[in-house]
Design a protein around this ligand. Structure first.
Ligand code: CMC
Length: 371
């Protein structure tokens, strides 16, 4: 019998067309709807990038103004979303809180089952507006702090930081946060986006697809890596300890979080932009020790294994410097990726085919019950 070929982890297998983003590991580039992500991160707001991902083009002034108004109007937490968050133990992982909150928002929406393009876009915008409030409030309640009401005079990034910390963030901090949101917004058929597409392919509603995507993002091999990077830094402590820590980690065949990528084998195209943002934050907060540690680990691991950092590597310490709890890092990633997820959900629905691969059976041969 000839062995049937399998594609473990679907590595290298194209499964559909997508016009949303192009990852090109050869040229180390990532394009959102044709635009290099570095250019978008340098010049565009996260709100503009969201509209680009959803609609295919950068928005006109009035289209942007509409989204800004919708986002500002959708920032408050619904009473039952807040009540459910309050009912969850503080020990629950913040990604579990996001997952649960998205479920409640879906159950609240009378149009949840409406598959029309307008209704789908409205749901995407509603989640885009609601996620910062969920993430911010969840971090606050863990510290015994009250909810901070959103402020209409602040843009998305300013308001996210305001609702989390209850004070206006410095412009450098807001900008680094915005850059991270743009870089995290979209990345083709990554595990969480693909999960959302699988769920959508069954014709389940958008909220179900997003709940599944949040679950996929939580894992440390995917979005959970930004949290895991910070745990690594905490474990290492300071740059001087990197070599000894790495000796032990490699001897025990540990995966070093924030390094490696399924598609990019020669470096993640988003890293230089986020690294530059991290450098600005390090200067702002006067924490050169953190950059020294990050650079020492990157250098030593690179020299020993030739494996390069991915976006989660500079993003983790950047969020730490801003004051986010380590467990809040992946929920921030979810708040950014909601744009990419929902763009893919709409693209999948518009040209749907049930996603249902095959398995090559390797269990026991057919057998029968006695009698
Ligand atoms: N630490 C140690 N070794 C690694 C790492 C790492 N971070 N990444 C890859 N390798 C090694 C791996 O052990 C394997 O070695 P060998 O051939 O000797 O067995 C080789 O490199 C190929 O790795 P792989 O795991 O087969 O490659 P993959 O394409 O399946 O994995 C990955 C990609 C992201 C799962 C992996 O690099 C990894 O586990 N990285 C750490 C977690 C992480 O940072 N995830 C974030 C991914 S990117 C952004 C995001 O989605 O959030």
């Amino acid at each position: 019998m000839t062995e049937q070929e399998i594609y473990k982890g679907l590595a290298g297998v194209p499964v559909d067309y997508s016009a949303i983003s192009k990852v090109n590991p050869e040229t180390n580039s990532l394009l959102y709807r044709g635009y290099p992500v570095q250019e978008l991160a340098a010049q565009k707001s996260f709100e503009e990038v969201a509209l680009l991902l959803w609609g295919g083009e950068l928005p006109s002034e009035s289209e942007l103004a509409d989204l800004v108004a919708q986002e500002r109007a959708g920032r408050a937490l619904a009473d039952n979303v807040r009540a459910v968050i309050d009912a969850l133990p503080k020990s629950a992982h913040p990604m579990d809180v996001v997952r649960t909150a998205v479920s409640i928002i879906g159950a609240n929406d009378p149009d949840a089952e409406d598959p029309s393009a307008d209704a789908e876009l409205a749901k995407a915008k509603a989640l885009f507006a609601a996620l910062p409030a969920i993430v911010a409030y969840d971090q606050r309640r863990r510290h015994g702090l009250e909810l901070v009401e959103p402020r209409d005079d602040l843009d998305y990034s300013q308001n996210f930081l305001w609702m989390t910390f209850g004070e206006e963030a410095a412009p450098e901090v807001v900008d680094a946060f915005r850059v991270s949101m743009v870089l995290y917004a979209e990345h083709s058929f990554n595990a969480s986006t693909f999960t959302a597409r699988v769920i959508t392919s069954t014709t389940a509603d958008l909220y179900s697809a997003v709940v599944g995507a949040v679950g996929a993002l939580k894992g440390a091999l995917h979005g959970g890596a930004n949290e895991a990077v910070m745990h690594t830094f905490d474990e290492i402590g300071e740059a001087a300890n990197v070599e000894a820590w790495l000796d032990d980690a490699l001897a025990s065949k540990k995966k070093i979080m924030g390094f490696g990528h399924r598609v990019y084998k020669n470096g993640d195209s988003r890293v230089p932009t986020m690294h530059a943002a991290l450098e600005r934050l390090v200067e702002h907060y006067d924490r050169p020790d953190l950059l020294e540690l990050a650079e020492a680990l990157e250098k030593s691991f690179g020299e020993r294994k030739g494996i390069k950092p991915n976006l989660d590597y500079p993003a983790g310490p950047a969020y730490h410097l801003m004051g986010f709890d380590t467990q809040t890092f992946t929920p921030i990633f979810a708040a950014a990726r909601i744009t990419g997820w929902t763009a893919h959900i709409m693209e999948q629905a518009a040209a749907n085919s049930l996603i249902r691969p095959l398995a090559v059976y390797n269990g026991v041969d057919e057998r029968h019950l006695d009698g």
